[in-house]
Design a protein around this ligand. Structure first.
Ligand SMILES: Cc1cc2nc3c(=O)[nH]c(=O)nc-3n(C[C@H](O)[C@H](O)[C@H](O)COP(=O)(O)OP(=O)(O)OC[C@H]3O[C@@H](n4cnc5c(N)ncnc54)[C@H](O)[C@@H]3O)c2cc1C
Length: 470
């Protein structure tokens, strides 16, 4: 073999191992708002990979960030010149106690994988996002919540987790063994160390009777209080406010999933995505035209929510709604998410204020969903400070500097609006809120940073979110 071939082979193996030459790698999240030059990305496949990366970072004075599916949009998975631990390949189901419905998984596992594993055992996830595309690690990192009104955020369903600290030591963390770390790490944005596996409580799968109705947004809080709140017969619940200019934030489609005794096996079969192109087409129209928004809302009520119809759906299937049509990578603009937690009795006033901002600032609003989140009494950096409605905004924004500045300005108005009604905003989204707004929304924020420094004195675990707000 010639010298040049040997050199080329050496080069190939060196680069494919990713650890001989430090490469400049651009890392970004799904919003494409936070590109950053990182030292390298390590595709984690074992605990040994995590330990070696931590050792390398410590010895070379680098930082560590942790990434799941990269759907958080506020620079929470990387920072300049860091080593990113990409957890997606570290995704095995390690054990499943069927009797107690407790599953142990590695953090790169997605909810989709867990559903596929749990379904044959008649089980389903207790708390996760409205869709199943996210990793368990990323969901713990933000302390996610979902559409089951009987539960709050995911911390309620976590029994314990194994955790690697900055010095490479591995510990078990639970409410009994290390309560402080337990409540800091869940919702801790990867700033304390690496979750290497977790014991999660599942629940039984069930068939729900799904019904949707349209009502005025002012009727919604009373409807929720009378029909859904404290009603164990409702397994899932969601609401969608109109983004159509003709009925902007006035009409709401409410969907309830009532528990049934149905056992028809065919209803439990996991469904794939349907109508991706149809939904993509209507979303595309509404991104560009006001009439497109009116048209899409008209069809959504009839085709998607099936207002007036009754349908039977399993819990697993209701928790894997269609999302592929949301994939969007046009170079000039992007779709972003924001979420505001509003005390249930302040919902109507908040929506009125929101409508005003949407109109005055010409925000390109693509959808608005609402779900209920009860008070979180457990996690340290908790967003549900009381029982609240989470108002989730799906917005299209242009990527140029002028539009970024505008987006920052209207976001700050919305944060102030939420604060003025005793609410707060969700941290996984953009870095637009000011330092002062973070602290007004999360009064425990400085204490959170102090505790981070106690548990990670060398500040090994860092990301753009931490750098911006610490
Ligand atoms: C379309 C869409 C819908 C959404 N719907 C909901 C919803 O219904 N409810 C809700 O609550 N949120 C929702 N979100 C927000 C979502 O829950 C978060 O962005 C979540 O973190 C995404 O998971 P991920 O796998 O992409 O995590 P990433 O964004 O990759 O990571 C999130 C955080 O977790 C940390 N992390 C990841 N793995 C580990 C680990 N092993 N150890 C320690 N830290 C770790 C990361 O460092 C990072 O700080 C939605 C977001 C999008 C884009």
């Amino acid at each position: 073999m010639s010298c040049s071939k040997i050199f080329l082979l050496f080069l190939y193996f060196s680069l494919s191992q990713g650890n001989v030459f430090a490469q400049d790698t651009i890392f970004n999240d799904v919003s494409r708002l936070n590109p950053v030059n990182v030292h390298k990305v390590v595709n984690v496949a074992s605990i040994g990979d995590i330990r070696s990366a931590l050792q390398e970072a410590r010895s070379q004075g680098l930082k560590i960030s942790i990434a799941g599916k990269r759907h958080s949009q506020g620079g929470q998975q990387a920072c300049v010149n860091c080593i990113v631990l990409d957890m997606l390949g570290f995704n095995k189901v390690l054990s499943f106690d069927v009797t107690n419905k407790v599953i142990r998984v590695q953090p790169g596992a997605t909810w989709e994988q867990i559903q596929a594993y749990a379904k044959p055992h008649g089980c389903a996830v207790k708390v996760m996002q409205a869709s199943n595309i996210f990793t368990v690690g990323g969901s713990l990192g933000v302390n996610t919540h979902g559409n089951d009104p009987n539960y709050g955020s995911i911390i309620e369903t976590v029994r314990s987790f194994h955790f690697m600290r900055a010095d490479g030591s591995l510990i078990n963390v639970s409410r009994e063994e290390d309560l402080e770390l337990f409540i800091l790490v869940i919702g801790g944005y990867g700033l304390f160390g690496v979750i290497v596996d977790v014991d999660l409580e599942l629940t039984s799968d069930a068939i729900y009777k799904m019904t949707s109705k349209v009502m005025d947004y002012k009727e919604y809080p009373e409807y929720f209080k009378t029909h859904v709140f404290g009603n164990r017969a409702i397994g899932l619940h969601s609401a969608k406010l109109s983004n159509a200019p003709d009925s902007l934030l006035r009409e709401v489609v409410v969907t309830d999933y009532a528990v049934t005794k149905e056992t028809d096996e065919s209803l439990f079969a996991l469904q794939g995505e349907k109508n991706v192109l149809r939904n993509k087409f209507f979303l595309g129209l509404s991104r560009t035209f006001d009439w497109g928004k009116n048209l899409r809302w008209f069809f959504e009520k009839r085709l998607v929510a099936k207002v007036g119809a009754v349908e039977y759906v399993s819990r697993n299937n209701a928790m894997r709604p269609i999302v592929k049509f949301l994939d969007y990578s046009w170079p000039n603009d992007t779709d972003i998410l924001q979420e505001y937690f509003i005390p249930t009795d302040k919902f109507t006033e908040f929506v009125d204020g929101l409508r005003k901002i949407m109109r005055e600032d010409h925000v390109n609003l693509l959808s608005v969903t609402v779900r209920y989140v009860p008070t979180d009494k457990q996690s340290f950096l908790h967003y549900a400070k009381g029982d609240c409605f989470a108002v989730v905004l799906y917005i299209n924004q242009r990527l140029d500097e002028k539009h970024r500045q505008e987006a920052q300005a209207w976001t700050r108005k919305m944060v102030d609006l939420a604060l003025s009604h005793g609410g707060t905003y969700y941290l996984p989204y953009q870095l637009y809120p000011s330092k002062d707004q973070v602290r007004r929304s999360y009064p425990e924020f400085d204490q959170f940073i102090e505790k981070k420094r106690v548990h990670d004195p060398q500040e090994l675990f860092v990301n753009q979110f931490y750098e911006r707000y610490r």
